[in-house]
Design a protein around this ligand. Structure first.
Ligand SMILES: Cc1cc2nc3c(=O)[nH]c(=O)nc-3n(C[C@H](O)[C@H](O)[C@H](O)COP(=O)(O)O)c2cc1C
Length: 253
């Protein structure tokens, strides 16, 4: 199996970087091929912008989807985007490794998605979800949170972290990925006093061991459920009686 790990963290010695390297070693130990794409190390430009397009379908007005589709067809995408696409297409498994920042992913990773999931190549209105370009591939979020496990739970003060990840999961599903249940590592913060600091260090070191072992059971990891094509009516609304997998898409009386 080929795996691409995309790391979004500005510090090479961060816990997130350790997690990314731990995942890489765990997968390589099972005989898999792994590539690591460290977005900060590459100074990946996250802002989708006209300057990234050397050739244009329309020079009078910049429309991101129009230009993405045009450049993709003309084989004229920006080299940094093309490189990421080649890695994505090579990978059977995509792992996104990032810290939770303001209840979402860091801007560099959001921008990576904006630029790399190219319209016309990865998805279109005719080709998305189960027909998206990444159909048959799997994706997994590995996310750290500074807050405690209790605070990140469904009745916790920080909101249900699993639910907060839904828009990212849905984006991956949109381009065709089968999405695995995320790995959420809570309590990733510095201790406040020396004692606390040592306890934190031990806890986080133990979590790295757990993280590595969770890659042993990847084949049996639960899959995030989404609605199937037949669950939608002509207007794109949930048909009566269709299953509900998340509060984001639900029946309305
Ligand atoms: C800009 C910013 C926003 C953050 N927002 C959240 C948040 O919404 N929820 C949370 O639990 N922690 C939040 N944190 C804490 C980080 O998630 C935490 O520091 C990180 O997961 C620790 O991993 P690291 O040591 O690899 O940086 C935030 C941190 C930063 C810098």
């Amino acid at each position: 199996m080929n795996t691409l790990i995309v790391l979004a963290h500005p510090e090479a010695h961060s816990y997130n970087a350790h997690l990314a390297h731990t995942s890489q070693r765990a997968l390589e130990a099972q005989g898999h091929q792994v590539r690591l794409s460290d977005l900060y190390a590459q100074s990946f430009a996250p802002d989708e912008h006209a300057r990234h397009f050397q050739r244009r379908a329309d020079w009078s007005r910049f429309d991101a989807q129009t230009e993405q589709r045009f450049s993709s067809r003309e084989d004229a995408l920006a080299p940094d985007v093309q490189e990421q696409i080649d890695q994505l297409l090579w990978a059977d498994l995509l792992v996104l490794q990032f810290p939770l920042w303001w209840f979402g992913m860091p801007a560099i990773l959001k921008g990576w998605m904006d630029r790399v999931f190219v319209y016309g190549k990865f998805y279109s209105s005719q080709r998305r979800f189960h027909d998206g370009a990444c159909a048959g591939k799997r994706a997994l979020l590995s996310v750290t949170a500074g807050s405690s496990q209790a605070a990140c739970s469904p009745d916790g003060r920080e909101g249900d972290t699993q639910l907060i990840l839904w828009p990212i999961h849905y984006s991956l599903h949109y381009v065709g990925y089968t999405v695995l249940e995320p790995m959420i590592i809570t309590d990733v913060r510095r201790g406040r006093v020396a004692d606390d600091e040592e306890r934190q260090r031990l806890l986080l070191t133990a979590r790295l061991v757990e993280h590595a072992s969770s890659f042993q059971s990847l084949q049996s990891r639960r899959i995030v459920s989404f609605n199937a094509r037949e669950d939608w009516d002509e207007q794109g609304k949930l048909r009566p009686g269709a299953p509900v997998h998340s509060p984001f898409i639900r029946h309305v009386r």
